[in-house]
Ligand binder design. Structure first.
Ligand SMILES: Nc1nc2c(ncn2[C@@H]2O[C@H](COP(=O)(O)OP(=O)(O)OP(=O)(O)O)[C@@H](O)[C@H]2O)c(=O)[nH]1
Ligand SMILES: [Mg+2]
Length: 200
């Protein structure tokens, strides 16, 4: 099956688990700390400049946003975690909403892949490790995408690649991809992994 990535719409902006869409399309979720580049990655994959709203200040995406791609799959933009300046109330809301995506999602069986983003300049943080451990425990298929690699030189790229490949918690990932939403390096590779996770 071929997907027309130009045929995209924002299907749902959910602030509560009961607002998640019930459509039977497979879902690909984008997870990672605030400001790591989730919304930018979605725009890059869909060849759009500002479909998913991005921001230089963390905490831009505060709802779970479902992008319908050609009526065949959903790309799901999750709010970012680990934003220290967020209020306690916002943090609680975030965790109940994102937790809800994993634990109160009536279509959990449609979640085919989590794209776990890690900032290539920082490497995995404690929150990233917690997320990787959670996915390992619940057998959630996932890949790791190291973002913003346009900011790295060759030595730094080699270092983050080795770090991710040698990290035991990354061993369950079905792929590790270095990505730049500026140059779109890694785009075909990520689409290939999404297509195979969805059996397309
Ligand atoms: N140089 C460079 N900048 C990037 C890249 N990806 C994202 N950015 C920048 O990083 C900042 C955050 O990007 P977003 O896509 O909004 O991050 P997010 O993970 O969706 O953040 P939240 O919605 O707050 O969780 C923006 O200023 C982007 O322009 C990249 O590949 N290269
Ligand atoms: Mg975002």
């Amino acid at each position: 099956m071929k997907i027309n990535v130009n045929n995209v719409s924002l299907k749902a902006t959910a602030g509560r688990p009961d607002q998640f869409p019930r459509d039977p399309s497979p879902q690909i979720a984008f997870s990672g700390r605030s400001n790591v580049g989730k919304s930018s990655l979605i725009n890059s994959l869909l060849r759009r400049k500002s479909l998913a709203r991005t921001s230089a200040s963390p905490g831009k995406t505060i709802t779970v946003n479902f992008y319908d791609v050609d009526g065949k799959i959903f790309l799901v933009d999750l709010p970012g975690y680990g934003f220290a300046k967020r209020s306690a109330e916002d943090k609680k809301r975030w965790s109940s909403l994102t937790d809800g995506y994993f634990t109160k999602n009536p279509n959990f069986d449609l979640l085919k892949l989590v794209v776990q983003l890690v900032d290539s300049r920082i490497g995995p943080t404690k929150d990233d490790f917690d997320m990787l451990a959670f996915m390992a425990e619940y057998d959630i298929p996932h890949i790791i995408v190291a973002t913003k690699v346009d900011k790295l030189n060759a030595t730094e790229k080699k270092k983050i690649t080795e770090q991710l490949e040698n990290e035991p918690l990354c061993a369950n990932a079905e792929g590790v991809v270095l990505y730049s939403a500026v140059s779109h390096t890694g785009r075909d590779e990520v689409w290939g992994l999404i297509a195979s996770a969805c059996g397309l």
